[in-house]
Design a protein around this ligand. Structure first.
Ligand code: 2IT
Length: 444
């Protein structure tokens, strides 16, 4: 494989798909050395097949607002690769959603799911619909309209969606309800469901919890402890909440959260009822974090700024893609950051993540760090298939085990002398599993 050729062809075919190109570039640069040791991969055109999704569904979603006006949005499902299991991945509702973003997410999901050790292929879906400022009834009507079109392409062994940005338990509930009605089956076709209808204990917390188990393991490998460390978190949604909760439980001090409006710094630590308050903030639907500083006046709100300017031991991106750039990376390093982990998918820009690796900063990519979310979705699928539910302890134990196994895979494939290159480790480990499955199944 000649990476530059792959990329220039892709660039020519899909010139506007910056996020997708960024994700493909990172993975292909990591895997090129191993790929080139396997002439059979080249012959089977594995990389060319991997960067072309199995299929892309796009559809019109028409919904009525509370004043009787009709609106038209675009819905998508990118079924990226099902070599190792049925399509699995979240649904994102956000004004920024486009094909480039969903292709990057579906591509990343394919390798992430391979790392979980569970049999799940990669997919992603969503719409350029934003729940911000919408009424409950409008959100419900949108979810139902979205499902009316998509449902035929889903199934417990075909494609199993879940939540992502803008899609939480409420939206999954409405979509699953419509799916169930149309298919006349009550199966595990969605994950992140409510606990009364097949949801798994701990799924809401799982991405954040898993991320902290992973970070703890990264630090341990360098003879450091999580307890006593200061942590900057971005975002204040479901993932940030789980990360703040587990970081606090493990003895670290979370000092920031952020929103599109800026960030708050709380020197006392964001713990106890302040973590619960994150959920209240989110529930307002206003997408602003500033009210935290009104409620807790010892905290300070910095309008229009990102939390990466704060001196902290650990930085965790928990909001969205490319939210930490080279300038932020330089500031973090100048402030002697000890560990940076992407909890959001592709949280760092390409130059920022390269900069961390070049400077031998302890740094890990989203597909390893945040895989606990989809892993626990996999555990929800298992429980649904067996028609039973596990205790929170059982799910937590399995999640912990899976995160340690992902860390182990990163060590195995990412060791570069004394340094662990987690980007390379995660990419190569995930790639090898998918590539070998594709080889065994023939050129389809
Ligand atoms: O990015 C992700 O891994 C998710 N949004 C979760 C996907 C899932 O199927 O649980």
């Amino acid at each position: 494989m000649i990476v530059s050729e792959i990329l220039s062809e892709l660039q020519e075919k899909h010139p506007g798909e910056q996020e997708f190109l960024q994700a493909v570039k990172e993975v292909s640069l990591s895997v090129a050395p191993v790929y080139n040791l396997h002439p059979e991969f080249e012959k089977a055109r594995i990389i060319e097949r991997l960067i072309e999704p199995d299929r892309i569904l796009t559809f019109r979603v028409v919904w009525e607002d509370d004043s009787g006006e009709l609106h038209v949005n675009r819905g998508y499902r990118v079924q990226f690769n099902n070599a190792i299991g049925p399509y699995k991945g979240g649904i994102r509702f956000h004004a920024s959603v486009n094909l480039s973003i969903l292709k990057f997410l579906g591509f990343e999901q394919t390798f992430k799911n391979a790392l979980t050790t569970l049999p799940m292929g990669g997919a992603k879906g969503g719409s350029d619909f934003s729940t911000r400022g919408k009424s409950e009834a409008e959100i419900r009507r949108f979810c139902q309209a979205f499902m009316l079109e998509l449902w035929r392409n889903l199934g417990p062994d075909q494609d199993i969606p879940a939540g992502d940005i803008g899609v939480g338990g409420r939206e999954v509930g409405y979509m699953f309800g419509m799916y169930k009605k149309l298919s006349r089956e009550h199966t595990g076709t969605f994950t992140g469901k409510g606990l009364t209808f097949g949801g798994s204990l701990l799924r809401p917390e799982a991405t954040g919890f898993g991320a902290l188990y992973f970070v703890k393991q990264m630090l341990l490998d360098r003879q450091m402890e999580l307890a006593g460390k200061t942590v900057a978190i971005s975002g204040f949604g479901n993932v940030a909440w789980g990360a703040a909760l587990k970081a606090t439980q493990l003895g670290a001090k979370v000092v920031t959260i952020s929103g599109p409006d800026g960030y708050v710094y709380d020197a006392d630590g964001i713990c106890g009822d302040k973590i619960d308050f994150m959920l209240d903030l989110r529930a307002t639907g206003n997408d602003i974090v500033a009210p935290y500083a009104d409620k807790y006046p010892r905290a300070k709100f910095y309008a229009g700024k990102k939390p990466w300017e704060c001196p902290v031991d650990i930085a965790l991106t928990c909001a969205t893609q490319n939210e930490l750039d080279i300038h932020d990376a330089e500031m973090l390093i100048d402030n002697h950051v000890k560990c940076v982990a992407e909890v959001s998918n592709m949280g760092c820009t390409a130059d920022a993540s390269e900069f961390f690796v070049q400077n031998h900063i302890l740094f890990a990519p989203g597909k390893a760090v945040n895989a606990g979310g989809v892993a626990t979705s996999g555990l929800e699928m298992s429980q649904n298939a067996m028609h039973l539910s596990w205790s929170a302890e059982e799910v937590d134990q399995r999640l912990h085990h899976i995160m340690n196994s992902i860390h182990q895979q990163c060590l195995e494939y990412g060791r570069e002398g004394d340094y662990i290159n987690y980007v390379k480790g995660a990419n190569v480990a995930g790639f090898m599993k998918v590539a070998n499955a594709m080889m065994e199944q023939g050129p389809i």
